[in-house]
Design a protein around this ligand. Sequence first.
Ligand SMILES: [Zn+2]
Length: 381
Amino acid sequence: MTEPVIALTQALIAEKSISPDDKQCQQILIDRLTKLGFTIEKMNFGRTKNFWAYHGQPSTTTLMFAGHTDVVPAGDESHWIYPPFSPTIDDQNRLYGRGAADMKSGVAAMICAAEDFIQQYPNHDGRVAFLITSDEEADASDGTIKVVDALIEQQQRVDYCIVGEPSSDQVLGDQIKNGRRGSLTANLVVHGIQGHVAYPNLADNPIHRFAPVLNELTHTVWDHGNQYFPQTTMQIANINGGTGAENVIPGDLKVQFNFRYSSELTDEMIKSRVTQILDKHQLNYTLNWRLSGKPFLTPKGTLTDAVVESIKELTNVDTHLSTTGGTSDGRFIAKMNCQVIEFGVLSQTIHKVNEHVNCQDVINLKAIYQRVLEKLLLNSD
Ligand SMILES: [Zn+2]
């Protein structure tokens, strides 16, 4: 007999839910949670489907699971061993399909963990909650960010949040994410005066103007990181200048650069230091910033301990806390002033052709989530 958590993962993979089109994924989850007696509130914005659900008394200790039902496109389907939206288990007990790892198995594991927990403790202390979105992989503008604002407005209490993103590296549970770096992009235009290369005295070359600034930006030590974060990095992503002609000094130079920054810095601090460098070199420029996410951090504490201990008890794996990788919806949830971590299956095949997950890992993940529920909610107030 197929384990319920594997059957649910398969049912979700069979829904071709490319962001933000949810197909029937959330309806499948809502049906399951309704049967369990959850209170469900759909929070759809634009074309994005989201819902928030809870079981237990409001204003008691709340553990919220967060996840997304959308997936990235499969690319050329002929490159897949099995069709990406026809979930298939091979003879190594690996389940293939788009979203198998990112993150339909994680969503299935949290739902099945809640089912078994509530069946065992129908009158449990505290509150089990879900925040599910169908727009994490695309621009994420109508998903978790808006639901979080609505929940803050409703003064919903959330103490702990587990985002079921694939956080593991080599074996299930070897790594959880207890924070993420911030991401800040600068779009800079350096203005000069266009002219003939033979008459440089009549022109002003923005590339020449920018050369020492480029040197200074790339050699600046922005910080030294801290216990949880590596040091802040800056990378030039795009640089464009020139008309294509060999005898024209360009009028403008466009430069785009991105910071991945630690909790030692704020976006305001970075902006002011960059502006100081530009002004010091007396550039004539226009500068626009785009902040995609502030850094967040959940220091070692109740939530990380409960997760690390549960992983150890059930799989005997030692866990490493990490803040590496790109941004995630954790950045929005951190606004609720709760402890938030990401913990899920291996990330090795996410967004790739032949994405897959080990079935035993999914079964173990569900058991670990259930153990965390017991540790954090039973005998809480
Ligand atoms: Zn994901």
